[in-house]
Design a protein around this ligand. Structure first.
Ligand code: PLP
Length: 425
């Protein structure tokens, strides 16, 4: 190991604290974290000069590949002007342009306003608070509850975490956040009294942290109909599914659904900078007009960060110049045949799940039983795949495969091959 790699790892282990990480293990003898130092296209390099395919798009963020010349240039151009200015009391050119472009993905007059924040959790928090304040300002103060789906994930700030339905993520904080009803299906939802519900939150088409589990086709359209009938607002969390992952620009477009709130983050900047957006309708917005105390009481220091907006606009441009969505069907088909090959070759592959360019590969014992959780089999397979040039993380024993949308066909094959070799071991 190189001297500076050793030094970086020691420095990290001495002072850093990683998300969702057992620190004792991370800092323990025998664990050598990868130090990632460079990226280009779908590839990342570590400090020892080894190259890996970015199999989970750097935790579901990257869209057009790393160090994309157009996105880099856009960020650099803005950096030459100013890195950050306050959106509280001022505006800037790129925020106005980005808000217009985002609303433009939806038929007028539907999504009409964009509230910027920093990441997925804050995009969701913002939707919740907007939905609540809307009810207060429209004479419905008792409509202050939310419904979310079992096994959903909407972020880790306390409000977003209250919506979360994945036990191991949220059990420590149960009861300390906002009270939320969790339902498992549309049928359960239909049985709920609705007069006190402000909104229902869902990850459309596929639940990410729930081991990449797609919803039944048509469910989202049914949910929209239920919302229309009950007056409950539909809050779509497209933090993971947005920006082409499902094959559509936004997952809701697959079922022609227009939400009341749309939460975007991860892929918004192409995966370059933390920026989020909560889109909403003119009807919601109008309830915040008029007297001064109707202002929306919410904001963050880095709201509408200009570098983030520059990256986001450049990323939207790349969708056009590279015809990203038009090239996806072929890649989605290649991924599907790769998954089918893995399933046919390896008895440990219990099920593969795919939604567009997002895949989950669930591993179980050959008799169909789950591995004991303590065995951490998924992690072991990902570690083995790393030695074959693929970086990804499992969710329990489901291996996530969702490389950048720019990933080429032969790079998809490389990822499948790395998993094939890892499973063979
Ligand atoms: C990642 C994610 C979030 C949280 O986003 P952060 O940027 O990590 O705060 C929320 N919802 C979904 C569906 C996600 O995948």
């Amino acid at each position: 190991m190189r001297e500076d790699t050793r030094r970086w790892i020691e420095g990290d282990q001495a002072r850093c604290w990683h998300p969702f990480t057992r620190q004792a293990e991370w800092c323990g003898r025998g664990h050598e974290p990868l130090v990632l130092v460079r990226g280009e296209g779908s590839w990342l390099w570590d400090s020892e000069g080894r190259r890996y395919l970015d199999g989970n798009s750097s935790i579901w963020t990257n869209i057009h590949g790393h160090a994309h010349p157009a996105i880099n240039a856009a960020i650099q151009k803005q950096l030459g002007k100013v890195a950050h200015t306050s959106f509280l009391g001022f505006t800037h050119p790129l925020a106005a342009e980005l808000a217009e472009r985002l609303c433009g993905f939806f038929p007028a007059p539907t999504m009409e306003r964009v509230f910027f924040s920093d990441d997925g959790s804050t995009a969701v928090e913002c939707a919740l608070k907007m939905a609540l304040q809307f009810r207060l300002q429209t004479g419905q103060p008792t409509r202050n509850g939310f419904v979310a789906f079992a096994n959903g994930y909407h972020g880790d700030t306390l409000g977003a975490a209250s919506l979360g339905g994945v036990g191991r993520f949220f059990e420590h904080f149960r009861g300390m956040g906002y009270p939320v009803h969790h339902v498992g299906s549309m049928d359960e939802l239909r049985n709920l009294p609705t007069e006190n519900i402000a909104g229902v939150v869902i990850e459309p088409l596929i639940q990410g942290v729930n081991e990449m589990r797609p919803w039944p086709a048509g469910m989202l359209a049914d949910l929209r109909k239920w919302c229309d009938a009950t007056g409950v607002h539909l809050i779509l969390d497209e933090v993971m599914t947005g920006f082409g992952r499902t094959g559509e620009m936004f997952a809701c477009q697959r079922e022609n659904v227009i939400p009341d709130f749309l939460c975007l983050a991860k892929g918004l900047t192409g995966g370059y900078l933390p920026l989020a957006a909560t889109l909403t309708t003119g009807k919601i917005y109008d309830a915040f007009l008029g007297a001064a105390d109707r202002a929306f009481y919410y904001g963050h220091s880095y709201t509408a960060n200009p570098l983030g907006c520059a990256a986001a606009l450049a990323s939207l441009d790349v969708f056009e110049t590279e015809k990203t969505l038009a090239h996806l069907p072929e890649k989605i088909a290649r991924l599907a045949s790769g998954l089918a090959a893995l399933k046919s070759r390896h008895p440990l592959v219990h099920e593969t799940r795919q939604c567009g360019f997002i895949a989950g590969i669930e591993l179980r014992r050959p008799d169909g039983e789950k591995f004991p959780p303590g065995e951490r089999f998924g992690e072991a397979v990902c570690l083995a795949a790393r030695a074959h040039g693929l970086l990804t993380r499992p969710i329990l024993d489901t291996i996530v495969l969702m490389p950048p949308l720019s990933t080429r066909l032969e790079e998809i094959d490389h990822a499948i091959n790395a998993l094939d070799l890892a499973l063979g071991q």
